[in-house]
Design a protein around this ligand. Structure first.
Ligand SMILES: C[S@@+](CC[C@H](N)C(=O)[O-])C[C@H]1O[C@@H](n2cnc3c(N)ncnc32)[C@H](O)[C@@H]1O
Length: 277
């Protein structure tokens, strides 16, 4: 692999320490769009892959521990060729340990895919593209490996937390981050909005469509804090700042607790779909 940026080095280090953290957070939670309910946000993407007898090559870009590839492999569709690419060796090792040997796994960066042009019918990606540097190059690579008419479908972040707890979190996080969080820019700002995605997909893609995908969750404040510890920015705080944030967060969300002790929240994501021109 070519030299990694500072953000990529941090991501490598995080995923080396915590492989499988994304599927642990999202894999067990149901997801819903305006028109459908799914077993999870991974299932949203797997539902977009045709159940067909004809050969189909699917690439999961930033596949992590292979949760989405596992859902696709479980379909036992004889002509479905599955490929996963990720830059994290630890995530790929976790994927290799659970996926059937027929699933091809490659370590590499999305900016330089080691695949032939037009080799892929469908490119899927779950919660990875919004982290990537040099998105214009990533999109050129995605377009290059997709055959004309091929499908692009990605789930990316839309909001951090759902509901009032998002503001409560941001109110306590921002001042602590200003004091104690070393600056580090993840990804391309455009990957956070529909307008930005239209720009990123301009030229090489047609039929661009979006769906808000909510992943509702009702944890206790302590369970929510435990999940937040596995997010990048909180991981990057030092221990003192993290303890300050924990106390401030638990105090701020107390008033949002319902009678059963839980808080109505979840993760807000977006499905981006397009067809390679
Ligand atoms: C939040 S995790 C999501 C993993 C998996 N898709 C899932 O949802 O379970 C993001 C993944 O993207 C990978 N990643 C980030 N930037 C990448 C890049 N430029 N090229 C390849 N993989 C990348 C990370 O190594 C990590 O495994």
């Amino acid at each position: 692999m070519t030299a990694l940026s500072t953000a990529e080095m941090y991501l490598q280090d995080f995923h080396q320490r915590q492989p499988g953290v994304t599927s642990a957070a999202f894999g067990h939670l149901p997801a819903r769009s305006a028109s459908a309910h799914h077993a999870s946000s991974y299932a949203v993407l797997s539902s977009l892959i045709a159940d067909t007898d004809t050969p189909l090559t699917v690439l999961d870009l930033g596949c992590g521990d292979g949760h989405l590839l596992g859902l696709l492999a479980a379909r036992q569709q004889p002509q479905l060729q599955l490929i996963g690419i990720d830059m994290s060796a630890a995530e790929l090792a976790a994927a290799r340990a659970t996926l059937p040997p027929s699933v091809r796994l490659q370590q590499g960066r999305a900016q330089a895919l080691d695949l032939a042009s037009a080799a892929v019918d469908c490119l899927v990606s779950h919660m990875a593209l919004m982290l990537m540097d040099d998105m214009e190059q990533v999109m050129r690579e995605i377009r290059r490996v997709l055959r004309p008419g091929g499908q692009f479908a990605a789930i990316v972040g839309r909001t951090f937390l759902l509901g009032e707890v998002n503001d409560a979190f941001m109110d306590v996080f921002k001042p602590i981050a200003n004091d104690a969080l070393p600056p580090l820019r993840f990804g391309d700002r455009r990957a956070g909005s529909e307008a930005g995605w239209r720009e990123l997909l301009d030229g090489g893609f047609a039929h661009v469509a979006f769906d808000d995908i909510d992943v509702p969750w009702s944890p206790t404040p302590h369970a929510l804090w435990a999940a937040l510890l596995d997010t990048y920015d909180i991981d990057r705080l030092d221990d003192v700042a993290r303890q300050r944030l924990r106390q401030a967060f638990l105090d701020a969300v107390r008033c949002l607790q319902r009678a059963d002790g839980t808080i109505a929240t979840g993760w807000g994501s977006r499905l981006v779909r397009a067809q390679a021109a």
